[in-house]
Design a protein. Structure first.
Length: 251
């Protein structure tokens, strides 16, 4: 019987490794979409919860508008924006970040200066009249705050959480829309028949093979992303963002 050819064995091994890398990349892309959708859904839920707490249609409306805008920072999925330059897209992303900061700071400032007064008196009567928001919560039997300070802290806590989620959402969408990939990763995505360098194989082993285990979704530094976008100006080259902190998901 003839012995197996070492070259053929190595070729089969390389094909298996390349297939594992492709599966890992496909699963990572799927997990990234799910993560972005889940984050967006949680943010909308928090906005609704805050609306039911402070009963302000205006603040809820502008926050929903901001949430819709920040899901597409660089407009690469917008067909009408394909003819615009990268400088124009970067300026739009910077304006979106400014809108995100201004709206959230405005809402926090309003709640700092004008805290809601939905507390219960000793007689059990509310200090304010019923509105659509409070009536909804009363119907499902929510117990009102016994002191204005607790509701004050509750509303501010929701403000900060919404701000954090929207900032995270903006950073995640920056990763998606700016499409920052190395030549090695781009070759894998396009299906080129070549084995990545040894370092990539080690990274794949750390992330497992894509069929089971952990897959690294993002290597992201939110503060660095926000700082880079805030410094965008016309006529400069697109900076290469250095992601430092890691978020992971289980397959």
């Amino acid at each position: 019987m003839s012995q197996p050819n070492e070259g053929a064995i190595q070729e089969v091994t390389d094909d298996i490794q390349l297939n594992d890398l492709r599966v890992r990349d496909l699963r990572r892309a799927e997990f990234q979409r799910n993560f972005a959708q889940t984050t967006e859904l949680v943010t909308y839920s928090l906005i609704l919860l805050l609306f039911l707490a402070d009963e302000s249609i205006l603040r809820a409306g502008i926050r929903v508008f901001v949430q819709l805008v920040i899901t597409n920072p660089f407009l690469q999925t917008n067909v009408r924006a394909t003819d615009h330059t990268n400088d124009w897209k970067r300026i739009i992303a910077k304006k979106q970040l400014q809108m995100l900061m201004i709206v959230n700071c405005f809402c926090i400032a309003v709640h700092l200066m004008f805290p809601p007064g939905h507390v219960v008196t000793d007689t059990g009567m509310r200090l304010t009249d019923y509105t659509h928001g409070s009536t909804t919560l009363d119907i499902i039997g929510e117990r009102k705050f016994q002191h204005w300070f607790f509701e004050y802290c509750y509303v501010l806590m929701l403000d900060i959480i919404i701000f954090s989620f929207q900032a995270l959402m903006f950073c995640v969408e920056c990763i998606h829309n700016q499409n920052i990939t190395t030549e090695e990763e781009q070759a894998q995505i396009e299906g080129l028949q070549e084995i990545p360098p040894e370092g990539s194989k080690e990274r794949a082993d750390q992330e497992f093979d894509g069929y089971m285990g952990n897959v690294v979704l993002f290597s992201i530094s939110p503060m660095k992303v926000l700082q880079i976008v805030a410094r965008f100006s016309r006529g400069e080259n697109t900076p290469e963002i250095d992601w430092t902190s890691v978020a992971s998901s289980n397959a």
